[in-house]
Ligand binder design. Structure first.
Ligand code: HEC
Length: 220
């Protein structure tokens, strides 16, 4: 005990003189027990790199690199005369800014589009809106209130109002989500063609449901 206090003071003084007070700033390299690649030889972007003739660290893609990860189909990428979707297909509006009342014909409306719509609806919409668009998907049992999309005789569908929705509006809701933002837009997951295909399938569900509610048997 006789030596403890002087030894303690000497140790404390030497630690403070080497490490400094708590909160002090230093420009010295910190003590790194495991450096974890904090320091490494590399070129940062937009800096000089004398290895290349133009002295730039950033390199351009190799000539002939094909673009990928956007909505242009592969055939278009390699075509001399690529075809792009018209603005109204992409936005759901005509050239005057009005919602398209019908699915654009240029999409080629046929059974393939209908099948695509059914497939994509089952993947992306039915969890909330239900397999038949009745708004009773699995999430509706957990506090979400998805709209009834197929039965105009029920309240809470967008069909019942005096001005039922046009195809363009449904297309827009799929891409951008509902007006209140409760349903998020799916434009990052569905191409414009797939969104229109879902509109087509929804219309088929609607006529199926309205015929069924009005007692019309399609088979007879
Ligand atoms: C996460 C659940 C969920 C998914 C997935 C979902 N919806 Fe919705 N949808 C909702 C809810 C909830 C509402 C009601 C939103 C509100 O009241 O603002 C809604 C509203 C709508 C509306 C009316 C929009 C409006 O502004 O009122 C349409 C049309 C619609 N959905 C179609 C679809 C289609 C088609 C799909 C598939 C591509 C889909 N929804 C996927 C939950 C979902």
């Amino acid at each position: 005990m006789r030596y403890f206090i002087p030894v303690f003071i000497i140790i404390a003084a030497s630690i403070v003189s080497i490490m400094g007070f708590r909160g002090d700033l230093t420009e010295n390299t910190p003590i790194e027990v495991f450096p974890d690649m904090d320091r490494q030889a590399k070129y940062k972007s937009q800096t000089k790199n004398p290895f290349f003739g133009d002295n730039r660290a950033d390199r351009l893609p190799v000539i002939g690199t094909a673009i990928r990860g956007n909505l242009i189909t592969q055939n278009n990428v390699f075509s001399a005369t690529p075809k792009f979707l018209s603005d109204s297909i992409k936005t759901g509006k005509d050239s005057n800014g009005k919602w398209l009342s019908k699915i654009p014909n240029e999409l080629g409306i046929n059974i393939d589009l209908m099948r695509l719509g059914r497939e994509k609806y089952d993947i992306h919409c039915s969890v909330c809106h239900g397999d038949y668009g009745d708004g009773k998907g699995v999430t509706s049992y957990f506090g979400l209130a998805p709209r009834n999309l197929s039965d105009s005789s029920q309240s809470g569908s967008y069909l019942e109002s005096a001005a039922p929705w046009s195809d363009g509006q449904i297309y827009n809701a799929i891409a951008m989500g509902s007006a209140s933002g409760i349903m998020l837009g799916l434009k990052d997951k569905l191409t414009p063609r797939e969104r229109w295909a879902i509109v087509l399938y929804l219309r088929a569900l609607q006529s199926y449901v309205s015929d069924a509610t009005n007692g019309i048997d399609k088979k007879s």
